[in-house]
Design a protein around this ligand. Structure first.
Ligand code: ADP
Ligand code: PEP
Ligand code: K
Ligand code: MG
Length: 580
């Protein structure tokens, strides 16, 4: 069958299957291959000493199988947005790239939050730099209530303020212009009211180590000054690059083309950040994004702390936004549950023209090490004010999608912008379009496999997922089903960026919310038993009962049964089920 493109849809609709193998017209009887290696009870047996049996099975789902409708009752969380998308666009039309929206005054009403959820927001981000905890609590509760009452599955992320040297006051409520040659005083002294040509910094040690002749750059290039005199800890500076000083504008000091100053001696997690984290724990947020991570130490520390403080599994994301974090990228990626390419502050610390290369590198490292990655900041910046993005912004979004980032993020576009919902739809349509192009033009490059698993069971899981993804593409199946407790198998499948969507069934709501950030994964909440075959039948029936799987559809099922007392054998398998 041929691929049919529907020009009326942003995303080309695939109505047929991969022509190389049309499973609808094939009948497989018994498993064509089963086995591999086996042993039971998690003890050494036979040639291979692991508690895992791997098998590959291909079969047709029995048409006459008794459907135990009682088994279909109970929890079934399939969020309304994914369900609607599946009905409208079919399996292949489902968007793979996840979307994060920063919530601010422009979108914090229940109605606005609902519109963002309907528009495809997978994760709501709360930037703890702004507003008080009461405000954030109100937003979190609204999102949770929308999830419960309207069937959404929106995860909540808090983003710490972090310690950074920035402007507290520059004498005007919004922005102030620094004219060429004008002389300014930068001070950490607090004063009432505003003083002309005086900028107050938030940190008293801001000028430590700074010398006359150093260059002071504001917000990565919004304005520039030369330090002409040091008076105690104050700096007198002459404007050499006229521009704007915005509220909370960031400072960076440069000498001979190198960054100098105190920025990275400040603690990654301040007292206020710890208080915000406590707040996040008490509100049961799903992700904590840590600003200005400089090494893996603080990530491990926070993760250990969270595991002792809360039974809920909260995922820790490290924001890559300092020069230091680039030097220790791999250890930070390994320590964390995900990464944010925080291009805003990164652009203060490295020359702007280096950002695209760094972004690609970070995205690649994350994919190799199997951690989700968000590309953030200024994706559609002009839409804060204008109803349409620039062509360059659309190209930037498309590039992040082409790089296979897991998620894209809106900041000011949704938080304070006039066209937040429209910006979200631009992200949605641009990513769908790019994903479709990637598939149709066969741009999809197979991942050059870097093995991540060390133990044999981990390596088996990884190989099963790599092979399953390749098989799913080659067979042109409609969907991949996977059963997952902590999300590991689902993420290993996602890492391969397969063509069909990955339906990840889990009985753990924390896992479901964490998977919301993973490319191509549709997390579904369902009661799972220890009987893997029963789980497979049940979930196929659940989707079928909603008329979303029809006769002839093919599902590739990856299962990973852990040993239990009744079934003392771990069993990992790939099966292809065609719907009879
Ligand atoms: N909770 C909030 N309350 C008020 N304004 C907010 C909030 N969150 C974000 N904003 C606004 O949106 C802008 C962009 O958001 P973001 O990129 O998260 O923050 P920042 O620019 O401070 O790093 C911020 O500069 C701020 O003006
Ligand atoms: C996402 C970022 O962090 P924040 O908005 O908190 O500064 C960034 O710097 O790009
Ligand atoms: K922040
Ligand atoms: Mg930042």
């Amino acid at each position: 069958m041929a691929v049919v493109r529907d020009p009326s849809l942003m995303c080309g609709r695939i109505t047929g299957k991969n022509p190389c193998l049309d499973l609808k017209n094939r009948v497989f009887g018994a498993p064509v291959f089963a086995g591999g290696f086996r042993c039971s009870g998690g003890k050494l047996k036979g040639k291979i000493g692991i508690g895992v049996r791997a098998a590959l099975q291909v079969g047709v789902e029995e048409s006459e199988r008794l459907r135990d409708l009682k088994g279909l009752r109970g929890v079934f969380g399939f969020d309304v947005v994914s369900e609607g998308e599946l009905r409208e666009k079919g399996f292949l039309g489902m968007r793979k790239t996840k979307l994060v929206c920063t919530i601010g005054p422009a979108c914090c009403s229940l109605e606005d939050l609902e519109k963002l959820a309907l528009g495809g927001m997978n994760v709501a981000r709360l930037n703890m730099c702004h507003n008080g905890r009461e405000w954030h609590r109100d937003v979190i509760r609204k999102i949770k209530s929308l999830n419960e009452t309207k069937g959404f599955c929106v995860s909540v992320m808090i983003d710490t303020e972090g310690s950074q040297i920035h402007v507290v006051d520059h004498g005007a409520p919004s922005s102030v212009k620094a004219e060429d040659g004008s002389v300014w005083l930068f001070t950490a002294q607090k004063f009432e009211g505003s003083r002309p040509l005086t900028v107050q910094a938030n940190y008293e040690g801001f000028s430590e180590g700074i010398e006359v002749g150093d260059e002071l750059v504001i917000d990565g290039g919004m304005a520039g000054f030369e330090v002409t005199e040091k008076i105690g800890s104050d700096l007198r500076c002459k404007c050499t690059d006229p521009g704007l000083l915005l509220p909370r504008a960031k400072f960076s000091f440069w000498r001979d083309g190198k960054l100098v100053g105190r920025n990275y001696e400040l603690p990654t997690l301040s007292t206020k950040d710890w208080a915000d984290i406590e707040f996040g724990i008490s509100e049961g947020v799903d992700f904590i994004a840590v600003s200005f991570v400089n090494d893996s130490g603080c990530v491990w520390h926070l993760k250990n702390y969270l595991s002792t403080k809360s039974s809920k599994s909260m995922r820790v994301l490290a924001k890559i936004e300092s020069l230091e974090s680039l030097h220790k990228l791999e250890e930070i990626v390994e320590a964390s549950d995900g990464i944010m390419v925080a291009r805003g502050d990164l652009g203060v610390e490295i020359p702007l023209e280096k950002i695209p290369i760094m972004q690609e590198e970070i995205v690649n490292v994350c994919r190799q090490l199997n951690k989700p990655v968000i590309v953030a900041s200024q994706l559609l910046e002009s839409m804060i004010e204008y109803p349409t993005p620039t062509r360059a912004e659309v190209a930037d979004v498309s590039e992040a999608v082409r790089q296979y980032a897991d998620a894209l993020m809106l900041s000011g576009e949704s938080a304070i912008g006039l066209y937040g919902q429209k910006a979200l739809s631009v992200l949605r349509m641009t990513s769908s379009r790019m994903e479709t192009w990637g598939r149709e033009e066969n741009q999809q490059c197979l991942l050059l496999q870097h093995q991540i698993g060390v133990s044999l069971p981990d390596r088996i899981a990884e190989q099963i997922c790599n092979c399953a993804a390749e098989m799913a593409n080659k067979l042109g199946v409609d969907a991949i089903f996977v059963y997952t407790k902590h999300g590991h198998m689902a993420s290993l499948l996602s890492r391969n960026r397969p063509n069909p969507p990955i339906f990840a069934f889990t009985n753990n709501d924390d896992t479901r919310k964490a998977l919301n950030l993973q490319w191509g994964v549709i997390p579904l909440l369902v009661d799972l038993s220890e009987d893997m075959e029963a789980n497979i039948s049940k979930t196929i029936d659940l989707i079928k009962s909603r008329a979303m799987l029809k006769q002839g559809d093919a599902v590739l099922v990856v299962s990973d049964a852990v040993p239990t007392r009744s079934t003392p054998m771990a069993f990992q398998s790939i099966q292809v089920k065609t719907i009879a």
